[in-house]
Design a protein around this ligand. Structure first.
Ligand SMILES: [Mg+2]
Length: 463
């Protein structure tokens, strides 16, 4: 591990909700909940004002409505969030070639590789300047964690929230981690957390005290060893610019073709276990299990199965691989077998996601969804009648007379619009017929208006 806190983790504060509040002045300072509004919808992001009521991301929307009945409920506008994300990622890439985005609003940056920080002081300065730049360019706040490893940088940004910066000095990591709950560590989801608790282990210090052998006994070799190392604050994972590892796979070629079906099954199970070991070592989980079979005549088949949620559970991968094998005829003999997992995600976040899916039995909407999997239209939204489809709650509109606004609600042939813009005060509400020819859908306005001459940031505040 490096000895300077030059790995930076940025996490925008309540990103979707903050973007909506910045875009809609009447919602500032109010409880705002963004997510799927259908019967099986899930909270994607709750504003800090909504969190006071106990609402949090991945919670079923019905529960959120009971806790915060007076909050503003909005569907996500991913193209809008993505545009802001591009601005933020641009600022990060100006710091270093090694930027590893985890989602629209979260990324690791290797400051040392960019030559912008080499010690505690330069790292702190760079982090502070970045936060100021993000605020200036996007109008939103982000929290920054700085540490000598990815794990601790992420823990630091969590502690910095909202709107702060925390730097973990090298050498203080173990003392800091010790009293924290086991769930703080990457790779400890609800299931692993429960498992450890039943063994009397609730804090990171207790993992360290239990020792590696006990951890391996409880969680298996790969997971146990990895977790023990994390508890000792050992984390050597590099910041990788492109998340090019889209899959993890292992395969074996056999000197002699395998004919025995029982042996083929056993080999597939073994490969599945090895594959999961690699997956966990990389701190990832995946959704699609792939089986590869090369037969005696060199014909190669691949079969895949996509799970309901990402997994790093060896039993789940073994079962999926076994099911896939059932559809492959191996009677002539097999010369190569492989098992892979693709559709990878970082597993701390996805663990939460998977749990939410199970809880509501359907399409969950994770906070800070990985870029590649972002959907613009959550599938669970019931399709409104054609006349009202143009007027989706929360979306921007323009009226020929009243100007720019957003849809507060629609139904029964009427649409209610609040006329306000990011740099206006809270606006007035007016109601129109849904077929009003003077009303049309509009693109979101930029959150920060760049006035000519406003570029010089060092000028004094007016007055
Ligand atoms: Mg965030």
């Amino acid at each position: 591990m490096r000895n300077a806190p030059t790995i930076l983790h940025l996490d925008m504060d309540a990103f979707y909700a903050s973007a909506e509040q910045a875009s809609k002045p009447s919602l500032r300072g109010k409880a705002v909940i963004v997510g799927g509004l259908g019967p099986r919808g899930v909270v994607a992001t709750a504003s800090y004002e909504a969190r006071v009521f106990g609402v949090h991301s991945a919670m079923p929307m019905a529960q959120a409505r009971r806790l915060a009945p007076h909050a503003a409920y909005l569907v996500p506008r991913f193209p809008f969030y993505r545009a802001i994300s591009e601005q933020v990622m641009g600022l990060l890439r100006a710091l270093s070639p090694l930027v590893e985005p985890l989602s629209l609003d979260e990324a690791f940056v290797d400051l040392e590789a960019g030559g912008v920080a080499w010690d505690e002081e330069s790292a702190r300065l760079t982090g502070a300047r970045l936060r100021a730049d993000i605020r200036e360019v996007t109008g939103l706040t982000g929290s920054v964690g700085l540490a000598a490893s990815k794990m601790l940088a992420k823990i630091a940004s969590e502690q910095a929230k909202p709107d702060g910066l925390v730097l973990i000095e090298p050498g203080t990591e173990r003392a800091l981690l010790g009293p924290m709950p086991v769930r703080t560590l990457p790779g400890v989801g609800p299931a692993t957390g429960d498992h450890l608790r039943r063994a009397g282990i609730t804090t990171v210090e207790e993992i360290a005290e239990a020792g590696q052998d006990e951890l391996v006994r409880l969680l298996g070799r790969a997971h146990g060893q990895a977790l023990y190392a994390m508890a000792l604050a050992h984390d050597e994972r590099p910041v990788v610019a492109e998340r090019d590892a889209k899959s993890v796979s292992v395969e074996d070629t056999y000197d002699m073709d395998i004919h025995d079906r029982v042996r083929v099954r056993a080999e597939v199970q073994r490969l599945a276990d090895r594959c999961v070991q690699r997956l966990r070592a990389a701190g990832r989980s995946g959704r699609t299990v792939v089986l590869k079979v090369r037969r005696y005549d060199f014909s190669t088949l691949t079969r895949s199965e996509t799970l309901r949620g990402p997994t790093d559970d060896p039993a789940v991968v073994r079962e999926a691989a076994a099911r896939l094998l059932e559809s492959v005829d191996t009677t002539g003999g097999v010369r190569l077998l492989g098992v892979g997992v693709s559709g990878l995600a970082d597993f701390t976040q996805e663990d939460l996601f998977a749990q939410a899916r199970t809880a509501v039995g359907g399409a969950a909407l994770p906070e800070e969804e990985p870029r590649r999997e972002v959907q613009d239209e959550p599938a669970e939204e019931p399709a409104p009648p054609a006349a009202e489809r143009r007027w989706r709650a929360g979306h921007d509109v323009r009226h020929a007379v009243h100007g720019h606004g957003w849809v507060q609600g629609s139904g029964l042939g009427r649409v209610t619009v609040r006329f306000e813009t990011p740099d206006s005060g809270p606006g007035r509400v007016r109601t129109f017929r849904t077929d009003d020819p003077e009303l049309e859908p509009a693109d979101p306005l930029p959150l920060v208006t760049r006035r000519p001459g406003a570029g010089a940031l060092t000028t004094q505040e007016p007055g």
